[in-house]
Ligand binder design. Structure first.
Ligand code: ZN
Ligand code: ZN
Length: 124
């Protein structure tokens, strides 16, 4: 079995996270396809379309943000560190909640404008 085959993020098999090296078990039955590590939230660029495993990139995909869908469901925005490909992936029930929170709050710790701008909009 090659390294790439072993690292395929298939929901039916255990894989080793490319980022943190932890062993990730298949998703529980009934849940969505496992496409990222529940511990560090990183993924891998293995799909051209979700689930097809046809990408030749195989780069590590960094969790870079949270997208809240219209129905309130959270998705993680992953960006490939190798080619820059962006993809949204559904949050899984066993994802690390503190890491999700930290990811969602990160932009608030790095505002690209002075905080006073926010205070000045009060009452609008
Ligand atoms: Zn990981
Ligand atoms: Zn890539």
């Amino acid at each position: 079995m090659s390294r790439y085959q072993r690292l395929n993020l298939q929901d039916t098999e255990t894989f080793i996270c490319l980022n943190c090296g932890r062993t990730v078990a298949p998703a529980d039955s009934g849940s969505e396809q496992r496409n990222h590590c529940p511990f560090c939230l990183w993924s891998a660029h293995v799909d051209l379309r979700i689930g097809d495993r046809r990408s030749g990139c195989r780069g590590k995909m960094q969790p870079v943000g949270i997208w809240i869908k219209e129905n309130g469901e959270w998705a993680i925005i992953h960006r490939c560190a190798k080619c820059g490909f962006l993809r949204a992936n559904r949050v899984a029930a066993d994802d690390d909640e503190m890491r999700l929170f930290t990811l969602a709050a990160k932009p608030l710790t790095r505002l690209p404008f002075p905080f006073a701008v926010i205070e000045s909009t009060e009452g609008i």
